[in-house]
Structures are given as structure tokens and as C-alpha cells.
Ligand binder design. Structure first.
Ligand code: ATP
Length: 266
């Protein structure tokens, strides 16, 4: 069956072009996983794509976006689950969910199963590990072993703490990719993209200053939070009056709003 992609984020599909920076990571996943998912007949034998991909690095750097873009660019169905949400389930419920997830993914192949916070589940054995999480972990490992045999399913694990994964889990994610914090020039690209969403009067010099000097160590998610806060600046300044004016009369976002927003974040 021809399956339409279901990768929708705020009603808009995520493509590699929507991800600022991360050129090396995008190039690698394109060749390594997108093409094999798209054309399994070409990628056989030694060229066969991996069944598991681990994305690791600081929070908010675009791991989930990459997962969605892989699915979109490969014409695959995207499934996503946060590992920590499974462990709160009753005994037996979590593992059933894992089994169902992979069964549906195989049925809707090609599929991408995105497993967020994978360290919380596939962690080295802890003394306080309970029966429920042990069973979910075992089921995960079984399902990860089965991917590729029942259909074209790529499991993508995401973690901020790769060192906490146990060996059994690491073996399942043959390909591992580091997703770093954005470089200053990537922050500028992202800032400019975000600023397109609202009226602003920041000069090129001010945009460069924010992205190069003021946001060292910021992730993409931090930058988005900064822009969201700055964008609320003009409304905050108007106070209750904002509710009475026409949308086009809202003053533009300015450097002052960014200065206030930055103060709140540091
Ligand atoms: P976590 O480890 O906390 O789950 P993550 O690495 O999966 O985070 P995402 O959820 O992909 O990060 O990113 C969070 C938000 O930050 C995105 O929705 C996007 O708005 C923004 N963002 C982060 N990195 C980028 C990027 N490289 N390009 C564009 N937007 C980005």
C-alpha cells in the first residue's frame, strides 16, 4: 500500500530544510537511513540500512525534528513515544503498548519509531528497578531485534545521557550520531527564521549581536523560547490595551524586547 506521510508539526511537515545547521548529521542520515528506507531494493547486502539509530546530545538540539524529517523525507509513517511515559503504566500494560507500537509500525511500513528519553528505559540495571520496567525493557529489546524482519521499520532512540544506556541497548543502535548545540551562524539562521513569524524592527547588526554574543550555549529550543518571550514584549508593554487594538497595530518586536527576554533567561 502507498502510505502517505503523517508527519505534521503545527500543520506543517518537517523537512531537512526546516532544521537549522546540523549539516553533517543531515547528510549522514539522508544517505544512511532515508535512502535505504525509500529504496530497499538498492540497499541490500552490505549496503543495507541500519534498523536502529541513536541520536544523542544536549536537550533541545533538534533530535525530534531530525526523527520527523527522516520520516517525511523517506515517505515513512512517524510514530513517537516517550520511554518515561511507559514506565508509569501498570504491570503488563507498558509492554503490551510497546508490542502494539511495533506491530502497527510494521503494518504501516515504511515507518520510523521515535523513542524519546530512551535512557530512562534501556538503562544499566539499577537496584531499584521494578518488575514493570524490567519487563518493558525486555520487550523493547525483543522488538528492536525484530525490526527489519517484519517490515521496513527504523527505530530511532534519542537521549541526553548516552553513557547510561546498557550494552544490550547500545548493540541495537548500531549507528550513533551526536547532535550538538548550534554554532553561532546556525543560531543566526534559526533566529532569522523565527523572526519571520512576527513583525520586528531588528537590524542585521542587532540580529548578529543576539546570535553571536548573547546566546552562547543556547540550544535551538532555548532560542525559540527566547524569541517567544521577546515576541510577547510588545503585547506586555500595551497591557490591557492590547486586547482592544487591531492586530496590525501591535508594535514590532525590537532589540529592547530581546534584552528583557535575555535577562529572564540568564
Ligand atoms: P529533547 O532532548 O529535550 O527531547 P530534542 O533534541 O528532541 O530535545 P527538539 O524537540 O527537536 O529537540 O527541538 C525542540 C524545539 O527547538 C523544536 O521544536 C524547534 O522549534 C527548536 N529547534 C531545536 N533545534 C533546532 C534546529 N536545529 N533547527 C530548527 N529548530 C530547532
Amino acid at each position: 500500500n502507498k502510505i502517505e506521510s503523517e508527519i505534521i508539526d503545527d500543520g506543517v511537515p518537517i523537512t531537512f530544510d526546516d532544521i537549522a545547521g546540523l549539516r553533517d548529521a543531515k547528510q549522514t542520515v539522508m544517505e544512511l537511513v532515508c535512502w535505504p528506507l525509500k529504496r530497499p531494493d538498492l540497499f541490500t547486502g552490505l549496503r543495507r540500512g541500519p534498523n536502529g539509530l541513536l541520536l544523542f546530545g544536549p536537550p533541545g538540539t533538534g533530535k525530534t525534528l531530525i526523527g520527523k524529517a527522516i520520516a517525511y523525507e523517506s515517505g515513512a509513517t512517524f510514530f513517537s513515544i516517550s520511554a518515561s511515559s511507559l514506565t508509569s503504566k501498570w504491570i503488563g500494560e507498558g509492554e503490551k503498548l510497546v508490542r502494539t507500537l511495533f506491530a502497527v509500525a510494521a503494518y504501516r511500513e515504511p515507518s520510523v519509531v521515535f523513542l524519546d528519553e530512551i535512557d530512562s528505559l534501556l538503562t544499566q540495571r539499577k537496584a531499584d528497578e521494578n518488575e514493570a520496567s524490567r519487563r518493558i525493557k525486555t520487550e523493547f529489546l525483543v522488538q528492536l531485534d525484530g525490526t527489519g524482519t517484519k517490515g521496513r521499520v527504523l527505530a530511532i532512540g534519542a537521549t541526553n545521557r548516552p553513557s547510561e544506556l546498557d550494552d544490550a541497548a547500545r548493540r541495537r543502535f548500531v549507528k550513533r550520531l551526536y547532535i550538538p548545540l548550534p554554532e553561532p551562524e546556525d543560531r543566526e539562521i534559526l533566529l532569522r527564521t523565527l523572526l519571520k513569524k512576527n513583525k520586528h524592527r531588528l537590524s542585521d547588526k542587532e540580529i548578529a549581536k543576539i546570535s553571536k554574543d548573547k546566546t552562547n550555549g543556547f540550544s535551538g529550543a532555548d532560542l525559540k523560547a527566547l524569541c517567544t518571550d521577546a515576541a510577547l514584549g510588545p503585547i506586555r508593554q500595551l497591557g490591557m490595551r492590547a486586547l482592544e487594538i487591531a492586530a496590525e497595530d501591535v508594535p514590532p518586536i525590537s532589540y529592547v524586547h530581546f534584552k528583557h527576554a535575555l535577562k529572564g533567561m540568564n
